[in-house]
Design a protein around this ligand. Structure first.
Ligand SMILES: [Zn+2]
Ligand SMILES: [Zn+2]
Length: 320
């Protein structure tokens, strides 16, 4: 039986639970969070640290056009899954889709190694509820830039999925499975990359690739994707312009919009978070929105929430 509170955990009990949580991230999830102090869960972040270290493997495995193409493709596909689905669909319900598509993009988002869709959506909803207040776990103005970018995700109290915030998603057992065993899809992806690289290396030696090379480039793509995504928590609250007087420090930033496929229009988003579109003006580059429009034209997604005219007009800073 699990101990009742993390405070009661002795070192002998901590170790197995921490390692068990590498596989089953819901293990001990009902235990009360002992403290919301900025305490890093060191045993639990070992895989996260190793993922970063593994990128150095590029020194030994080298590069090939195939490896670079795979890394770029994985970045684009998974950034779209995070931006359009983890964020705009699971967190904000800005459009509708089928249960099969919901699961497919839950899997693709999961492969980005940013944990499960329920965990991601719950933390993000919390961010909008308390934007740049003390309770906002990744506010750069409250908790410092480095903490807002990467520190918060390593904190003990941020590991549990806050299920009370995602009651609408809990009714899907397949999403709960992805969330609970959030390491399964990434491991399958890296195994698949190894198999693809090994096969290409044997069948087409002129391509100059190998199983290990594709795995390392897949990890490189994952780490870059991770840090690009989390610039929206850190940089997009300190760097850029403010069109709307929101009760937070959110900014619009064209550069971040490019690297995140449209998420850089963060001040727009904080002003009206229910819209599927984040670039409110035609010149505000929002490729995830364009892709969702294309998907809606063939019936894969529907009921894309528009930006109401009133939301575009009101609270413009220059008119205030
Ligand atoms: Zn924000
Ligand atoms: Zn949001």
């Amino acid at each position: 039986m699990l101990p009742r509170s993390p405070r009661e955990l002795t070192p002998r009990k901590v170790a197995p639970l921490a390692f068990l949580r590498w596989i089953d991230s819901w293990a001990g999830i009902d235990e009360p969070v002992a403290s919301t102090e900025k305490r890093v869960d060191w045993p639990r972040i070992v895989p996260f640290a190793l993922l970063h270290l593994a990128c150095l493997g590029v020194i030994w495995v080298g590069w090939s056009p195939v490896a670079v193409a795979v890394a770029v493709a994985l970045y684009l596909i998974r950034m779209f899954a995070i931006t359009a689905f983890y964020h705009r669909y699971f967190s904000h319900r800005a459009f509708k889709t089928s249960r099969a598509m919901q699961f497919l993009f839950g899997v693709l988002g999961n492969s980005a190694v940013q944990r499960g869709p329920l965990w991601w959506a719950a933390h993000h909803r919390e961010h909008h509820l308390h934007s740049d207040e003390e309770e906002d776990t990744h506010s750069p103005t409250r908790h410092g830039f480095l903490w807002s970018h990467v520190g918060w995700i390593t904190a003990k109290h941020n590991f549990p999925t806050r299920r009370e915030r995602v009651k609408d998603l809990l009714k899907y057992p397949e999403l709960c499975f992805l969330d609970r065993f959030d390491i399964v899809v990434p491991l399958a992806m890296f195994a698949g990359l190894y198999g693809l690289g090994a096969w290409l290396g044997a069948a087409y030696p002129e391509l100059g690739t190998s199983g290990l090379q594709l795995v390392v480039w897949g990890m490189l793509s994952t780490v870059v994707l991770f840090h690009a995504t989390f610039t929206i928590n850190s940089l997009a609250h300190v760097w850029g312009t403010r069109r709307f007087q929101t009760n937070d420090t959110s900014r619009n930033n064209w550069f971040l919009a490019i690297v995140t496929l449209g998420e850089g229009w963060h001040n727009n988003h904080h002003h009206f978070q229910g819209s599927v579109r984040q670039g409110f003006r035609w010149w505000e580059f929002d490729p995830s929105y364009y892709a969702l429009r294309a998907m809606s034209s063939v019936g894969l997604v529907w009921q894309l929430n528009p930006v109401p005219a009133a939301a575009l007009e009101k609270r413009l800073e220059k008119r205030a």
